[in-house]
Design a protein around this ligand. Structure first.
Ligand code: FBP
Length: 316
């Protein structure tokens, strides 16, 4: 199947990549109900490690079984499914080739929270495992703001180089946290901080980067002066989303947004509408999908995909 103009245009932003990486990016862009639109909805299920099994799966116990999530991703028409090594190994053979896989190469657990301890994920897998399991991409989380961020950036830089060499794509979760930033949770998604997080992930070589939807506060006083001087509009989520996408190479990187804690359907959809209005390339929705009963989750994911499809048509 020939690529749509949207997909051709997106691939043209990654000209330094080898054909293997471009093919894997194309696989993700050409899968599911949003195939060919240039938009993506991805199912991530790393919350078992990040938040613990009961917090993650007790609301819908079917989710304790790794097969549940990949089936949900396939049946709902997602572009890709992302998970840590254990969940991917548990399904990779049975579902080989059924949906692009993103192997999360690092993970952070929530078991021990010591005051003053800087947030830092552990590297839990490797590029070779991603190849062995037939993945389209590696995934990696950075925490800009953490006292240990440089170690994360350095490990990501090496894994990115290795992944690109063997023809894989790179997906970066860029979640500011730690240090003074986390004295107030709202700082972690302040607009200047989110835009900075997007820029850092793009500069370290991410093909697809994901940040959280931002709020309208500005954390850094020097940044505040710059925003005010330039008159950057940040009052609405759509405006802030536009600014984040501009901060990731003026829209020449795929920027997607995370779903957050489980909330009501209308709240989820309203947030997606605003993200889509701001030009978001898509969403990565975990808890809001797999914690709902399967039929409801599929219905919600379809509604999210429909919002992005409509936004893609409007921008033709
Ligand atoms: P959710 O939609 O469940 O928020 O999933 C998106 C995600 O990026 C997951 O991949 C990850 O486990 C989670 O958010 C991390 O959230 P946090 O670090 O804020 O607890």
């Amino acid at each position: 199947m020939a690529h749509t103009r949207k997909v051709q245009k997106i691939l043209s932003w990654y000209r330094s990549d080898n054909p293997g990486t471009l093919a894997n990016l194309a696989r993700m862009l050409n899968t599911g109900r949003l195939a060919g639109t240039g938009k993506m909805v991805i199912l991530p299920v790393d919350q078992g490690v990040e938040h613990g099994p009961a917090r993650s799966f007790a609301p819908n116990p079917a989710g304790y079984d790794p097969r549940y999530h990949i089936e949900l991703a396939i049946d709902s028409g997602c572009n890709a499914y992302a998970a840590p090594l254990g969940f991917i190994e548990a399904v990779a053979a049975e579902y080989a080739g059924a949906i692009p896989l993103i192997l999360k190469l690092n993970n952070s657990d929530g078991v021990l929270k010591l005051a003053g301890l800087q947030p830092a994920p552990a590297v839990t897998s490797c590029v070779e495992a991603a190849l062995r399991l037939g993945c389209a991409a590696i995934g990696y989380t950075i925490y800009p703001g953490s006292g240990l961020r440089n170690e994360m950036y350095e490990a990501l830089a090496q894994l990115t180089e290795e992944a690109k060499r063997v023809g894989l794509a790179v997906v970066v979760w860029s979640y500011p946290r730690g240090g003074d930033l986390s004295l107030d949770a709202k700082n972690e998604t302040a607009i200047d901080v989110s835009a900075y997080a997007a820029q850092i992930a793009a500069q370290i070589g991410a093909h697809i980067l994901k940040v959280k939807p931002s709020n309208d506060s500005i954390w850094d006083s020097k940044a505040k002066a710059a925003y005010e001087k330039a008159g950057i509009p940040i009052a609405t989520l759509a405006e802030r989303t536009r600014h984040i996408i501009q901060s990731a190479f003026d829209g020449r990187r795929i920027v997607i947004f995370s779903g957050g804690e489980a909330k009501g359907t209308e709240d989820v959809l309203q947030e997606i509408r605003e993200l889509a209005e701001g030009g978001a390339f898509g969403s990565i929705v975990g808890r809001n999908s797999f914690q709902r009963p399967k039929a409801e989750a599929i219905d919600l994911l379809h509604q999210i995909q429909d919002i992005y499809r409509t936004a893609a048509r409007a921008r033709r």
